[in-house]
Design a protein around this ligand. Structure first.
Ligand code: S3P
Length: 452
């Protein structure tokens, strides 16, 4: 049923509006995890009501945590305390969500009961050794099938703190180790060579847990502490705003204001990369909400030029590359991405799937081992592309309709619900013309197209 959700995007030339995209996915996940383990009642505002965050929420409900909502982005979590979770009666189904499975590997490693985590076919094929290796060094009893889920954790292990150098630039791995560190004896230290998103560190502090940064790139905490309930205001997700930032940059006639977007410096690679290409992006009304910087982002049409993307920006824009490839296809000249092999193990192999789709749409896109080379400037032809169930690829190809000669049909789009459930209606409000396959619209609210 899910795979029957297809989008048809008709050519559009204009993108305008003043919109707020849904809540940040990374922060929403963490608010449930820390709220559940805190003493007291945590209130979350702006929670992302998407399938990935609901997978996390349902996992904690299955472990005995009372959670009210989400209703209009409000969630109330009745924390059970650091040792208050109960054994679930079934496997925890993380759906499409790598963040749920990887962060919770750290948390589950510290519990007294056994857990098994499963997911959909994409998640079941993603690499899990990156999290099971460090928690095993910490003393956890964890198994996988050749490095992939199901992840089975035998409870009751005594964890010891470690001093861990991240072998991959991954906030999920860093967070997994820090969360296991809450349950470990002594100090847990994580060192990263390049900065990755630091929402876990920031939110732990908001919940009253001390996290130190003895030097840049190093963070540490002592096990055995407790978390106190907090108020969490989730900003709009810059990764969802990114589609409209790219759309507004490539459309002939565009002016979009994106309200209350999280601009944590570990997430703003998309702004830097688009600006290097010549985009017109203004940051207004900057403020700090909770412990996260937030701003309104205004983007207007601008002529883009191809660039060599600086490798140090890759982890800071890791989820935005499908959208960046659409911008690169419209930019005059060559864009070269290197140092981004991680894209091959996201919800899909984003280098291969994007290159295949771009070629269908008449773009000269050559995948390389760790990136892609795109010759841009001619826009897109009409055609049918496959998102391979990858939410960010589906939404990126919708933005291509702003420079397309004909209709773009995008197959396998149900997973847009994982991160951006109202994408189609917001896209419609701003000037895009997206129809959804009529057979399977239970989650999506737009019209249908004949024969869909
Ligand atoms: C996330 C970290 C990133 C990102 C993912 C969310 C997080 O993954 O791709 O969508 O919330 O920590 P990696 O840390 O593995 O790059």
């Amino acid at each position: 049923m899910n795979s029957a959700v297809n989008f048809m995007a008709q050519p559009a030339r204009q993108l305008t509006g003043d919109i707020r995209v849904p809540g940040d996915k990374s922060i929403s996940h963490r608010s449930i995890m820390l709220g559940a383990l805190a003493d007291g009642t945590t209130r979350v505002h702006g929670f992302l009501h998407g399938d990935d965050c609901l997978a996390t929420l349902n996992a904690f409900r299955a472990m005995g945590v009372n959670i009210d909502g989400p209703v209009n982005g409000e969630v109330i979590i009745h924390g059970v305390g650091i040792d208050g979770l109960k054994a679930p009666h079934h496997d925890l189904d993380m759906g499409n969500s790598g963040t749920s499975m990887r962060l919770m590997t750290g948390l589950m490693a510290g519990q007294s009961f056994d857990t098994t985590m499963v997911g959909d076919s994409s998640l079941m094929s993603r690499p899990m050794r990156r999290v099971t290796d460090p928690v095993t060094i910490m003393g956890a009893d964890v198994s996988t099938i050749a490095g992939t889920a199901p992840v089975r954790i035998t409870g009751g292990a005594r964890l010891r703190g470690i001093d861990y150098k991240l072998p991959v630039a991954s906030a999920q791995v860093k967070s997994c180790v820090l969360l296991a560190g809450l349950y470990a004896e002594g100090q847990t230290i994580v060192t990263e060579l390049v900065p990755t998103r630091d929402h876990t560190e920031r939110m732990l502090r908001c919940f009253g847990y001390e996290v130190h940064n003895p030097q840049p790139g190093v963070c540490s905490l002592m096990g055995g502490g407790r978390l106190s309930a907090a108020e969490v205001d989730v900003p709009a997700d810059i990764s969802s705003a990114a589609f409209f930032m790219v759309g507004s940059s490539i459309a002939e006639n565009a002016d979009i204001n994106l309200r209350h977007v999280g601009i944590n410096p570990t997430r703003t690679g998309i702004i830097d990369i688009l600006r290097l290409m010549g985009a017109d992006i203004r940051i207004n009304n900057q403020c700090i909400v909770g412990d996260e910087p937030v701003a309104d982002i205004r983007v207007r049409s601008a002529p883009l030029t191809g660039i060599r993307i600086p490798e140090e920006l890759v982890p800071l824009a890791i989820d935005e590359f499908p959208a960046i490839f659409i911008a690169a296809s419209c930019a005059e000249g060559e864009t070269v991405l290197t140092g981004a092999e991680e894209l091959r193990v996201k919800e899909s192999d984003r280098i291969r799937v994007m290159a295949d789709g771009l070629k269908v749409l008449g773009v000269d896109a050559v995948p390389t081992r760790s990136g892609i080379v795109i010759q841009g400037g001619n826009g897109f032809t009409e055609g049918t592309v496959d998102s391979c169930g990858d939410h960010r690829i589906a939404m990126s190809f919708v933005m291509a309709s702003l420079r397309a000669a004909g209709d773009i049909i995008i197959n396998d789009c149900a997973n847009v619900d994982t991160s951006f459930p109202n994408f189609v209606s917001l896209a419609g409000q701003t000037g895009l013309a997206v129809d959804v396959d009529s057979q399977s619209r239970q989650h999506l609210s737009m019209g249908s197209y004949p024969g869909g």
